[in-house]
Design a protein around this ligand. Structure first.
Ligand code: ZN
Ligand code: MN
Length: 487
């Protein structure tokens, strides 16, 4: 194998289901898990003579995502029919956008394992409608459920800028976080809200000459794991095939393969259709979409700082760990809650700990979002300040937090009610400490004499102070007084 070097090249097509209440061109509800064929009407069933009407919300979600992907936004677009015949598509065509996608020439920044980021180009983003579902679960016939037919899908096509399965996976995960942040998709993989189709080939240098292997498209992947593994599998398979047969891009056709999850292998499906097989032509039943500046500005108002940018800013500005910053930015509501709490001037690291360690745990137990806990960001900030000021210990913050969720009361009141306030009053502590020192002359001697026993004796005396105050002495203040008295 000497003299052979290669690089895998991957572009990705992603279909994202937008979380509108109704379908793309009719009023039927978009609902997962409803009884088969119960969310259908003459429009999405493709009955003759019906007229589709565009869902404005879907268009706005799509434009918002295209803005987040830094795309050029088309002020004029139209709809096209993409013809194909399949039982899950009763109209025999899908309404899509062919030559005038609503977004083009964008990019997405993705985090790499090295800690660096990479920019991947976005060729286009366009809206279309989903097909139904063929079910092959009963006897030796197939069934079709048309509830999904007409669901709005945003198709995003990237440049072939990725060079490993790990990078492809990173992009998919970042896009999931982005669309959730924007609130345009639930992006639930289990419900098929995101489906991936990587286009994969290799650039090979052999004996000083350059070759490209034929492009393979892997269809319809609906997990990050399958996506990454299929790319890794193709990388090896195409290398082996090239070394075996010498087949190159010029000789072979583009092929479509499926992913066999059991065998962890891609399987040849068919030679790829070219665009002209679809007989695209303008949809005569829908008017073109003209986006005005005012409308675009309104959509732009929903744009926010994107999660990766936020994550990096939290690390840079607040010295949070990348992990903590990732937890805070996994979800828009958590991140916004954190930002609100920061406005009070409380310590970011402390707020982060309270939120990620205690808050998310309580929320998870109750299957609530962070906003459903009934706690104001300002109240959480007060709790953070109380810990930082030594008014309560870090461990006491947990029961106070829990009580805040239960009662809706402020942390100051609860700390008092739960008897968790620490004594930082030097005068009061001094009295207790004098008492402890008088009661334990041996330990005092051990400390003063220095040597091996000194450290242990100090710990013992502090322990006595904590015990006498029922744990309510501020340990920091208490050990300072102790140190002063014992020299
Ligand atoms: Zn319908
Ligand atoms: Mn598509």
């Amino acid at each position: 194998m000497h003299g052979v070097e290669y690089k895998v090249i991957v572009g990705l097509e992603i279909h994202v289901q937008l979380c509108t209440k109704s379908k793309m061109f009719c009023g039927c509800a978009v609902e997962f898990g409803a009884a088969p064929n119960s969310r259908v009407c003459p429009v999405c069933l493709g009955m003759p003579g019906v007229l589709p009407v565009m869902n404005k919300q879907a268009y706005e979600y799509a434009v918002l995502t295209a803005l987040a992907l830094d795309c050029r936004i088309a002020m004029f677009t139209k709809w096209d029919r993409k013809s194909y015949y399949y039982p899950d598509l009763p109209k025999n065509y899908q309404i899509s956008q062919y030559d005038l996608p609503l977004g083009a020439d964008g990019l997405i920044e993705i985090p790499l394992e090295s800690g660096q980021t990479k920019k991947v180009g976005i060729i286009r983003a366009h809206l279309e409608e989903d097909a139904g579902k063929n079910l092959h679960t009963a006897g030796n016939y197939s069934q079709v459920d048309l509830n999904r037919t007409g669901t709005p899908l945003l198709e995003i096509v990237t440049e072939p800028d990725m060079n490993s399965g790990a990078e492809v996976r990173a992009l998919a995960i970042e896009l999931q976080r982005m669309v959730r942040f924007l609130g345009v998709s639930e992006a639930d993989m289990q419900k098929g809200h995101m489906r991936f189709e990587p286009n994969i080939n290799l650039a090979i240098t052999k004996d000083g000459k350059e070759y490209r292997t034929p492009i393979v498209e892997v269809k319809n992947l609906n997990s990050f794991r399958a996506l990454e593994r299929s790319v890794n599998y193709e990388e090896q398979r195409q290398l082996d095939e090239f070394l075996d047969t010498g087949v190159t891009l010029e000789m072979g056709n583009k092929t479509t393969r499926g992913w066999d999850d059991e065998r962890e292998a891609t399987v040849l499906q068919r030679e790829k259709e070219e665009a002209h097989d679809y007989r695209y032509f303008p949809e005569p039943d829908l008017v073109p979409v003209v986006l005005t500046e005012g409308w675009l500005d309104d959509i732009r108002l929903s744009l926010c700082e994107l999660p990766l940018k936020r994550q990096m800013r939290y690390v840079r500005e607040f010295q949070l760990s990348d992990y903590d910053a990732g937890v805070l930015t996994a979800d828009r509501s958590i991140s916004d809650f954190f930002e609100q709490a920061l406005k009070t001037g409380a310590e970011p690291k402390r707020i982060c700990n309270l939120l990620t360690q205690t808050g998310l745990k309580i929320a998870k137990e109750k299957s609530f979002g962070i906003n459903e806990l009934g706690i104001k960001p300002q109240s959480l900030a007060r709790l953070a300040e109380m810990v930082d000021a030594g008014q309560i210990s870090a461990s006491s913050s947990v029961p106070v937090f829990e009580a805040m969720v239960q009662t809706g009361k402020e942390p100051e009141i609860l700390a008092q009610e739960l008897n968790l306030l620490q004594t930082s009053d030097a005068g009061e502590l001094e009295k207790v400490i004098d008492h402890v020192l008088a009661e334990n002359p041996n330990a005092v001697e051990d400390v003063i004499s220095g040597g091996k026993k000194s450290k242990k004796a100090r710990g013992f005396l502090l322990g006595q102070v904590m015990q006498k105050t029922k744990g309510q002495a501020n340990p920091k203040v208490a050990s300072e007084i102790l140190a002063k008295k014992l020299g």
